[in-house]
Design a protein around this ligand. Structure first.
Ligand code: ATP
Length: 218
């Protein structure tokens, strides 16, 4: 545990990790979780896709059929949901509550962030997430990280770059609480640590969003 003052009230606020695919969210979160075991929790999402070998209901996902999923959508249980490739995916408010007293970390895409923004304040008790945007230092770095990861096809990289454009455009509106530029992994990691642990001064420890030319993503 850090010797610095911790703002306890902030730990009740879900931390929403935003940022384009390939910026380094998973890499930084893996270090955060390793450095602070049992302090944070990732919510288990619901999906209508079939479990893959080795996946367990309630661990990787809550696996449900479309009828149940839509029933839950109708009841307003999801803080965000979307359909990808013919399957539905979403996060319920209950999945967040289940993590208590661990601080909940959400890694969601722009559409999810927008839904969460619209619904969070209406919950009882109201949810007051901290929205953190992880920015690449440049568009060329983002591209090279995405292709360097070796996990994506050309088509999937194209899709991710299109989505990155929307993510970055939205970030430029200045609506996130904190921006961190992931240039040097260690420096970015220290900042994420401060924000996630709610260490006094976390709101001011971020970076200025770099001026990125989004046409480089065309
Ligand atoms: N600061 C950094 N310097 C150099 N390479 C980095 C840095 N941060 C991340 N990377 C590398 O960039 C690639 C993308 O990182 P990562 O998979 O964490 O991105 P992500 O934002 O979680 O993407 P997705 O949303 O698709 O899961 C990885 O190969 C990772 O090792």
């Amino acid at each position: 545990m850090s010797a610095q003052a911790i703002d306890a009230s902030v730990l009740n606020r879900p931390l929403v990790m935003c940022g384009p695919s390939g910026t380094g969210k998973s890499t930084l979160l893996a270090t955060l979780f390793k450095d602070h075991p049992d302090q944070f929790g990732f919510s288990v999402s619901h999906t209508t896709r079939k479990p893959r070998p080795g996946e367990e209901n309630g661990r990787e996902y809550h696996f449900v059929d479309r009828e149940e999923f839509m029933d839950r959508v109708g009841k307003g249980e999801f803080l965000e949901w979307a359909e990808f490739g013919g399957n539905c995916y979403g996060t319920t408010f209950a999945a967040l509550t289940a993590l208590h007293p661990k601080r909940c970390i959400l890694d969601i895409e722009l559409q999810g962030v927008l839904q969460l923004r619209a619904k969070a304040a209406q919950q009882t008790p109201p949810l007051n997430p901290v929205y953190l945007f992880l920015s690449p230092p440049s568009i060329s770095t983002l591209k090279s990280r995405l292709s360097g990861r070796g996990t994506e096809t050309e088509a999937s990289i194209r899709k991710r770059l299109d989505a990155a454009k929307a993510e970055l455009k939205y970030a430029q509106e200045g609506k996130h609480d904190v921006y961190i530029v992931n240039d040097d992994l260690k420096v970015a990691g220290e900042k994420l640590d401060k924000v996630a642990m709610g260490i006094a001064g976390w709101e001011e420890c971020g970076d200025k969003l770099p001026e990125l030319d989004l046409t480089e993503l065309d």
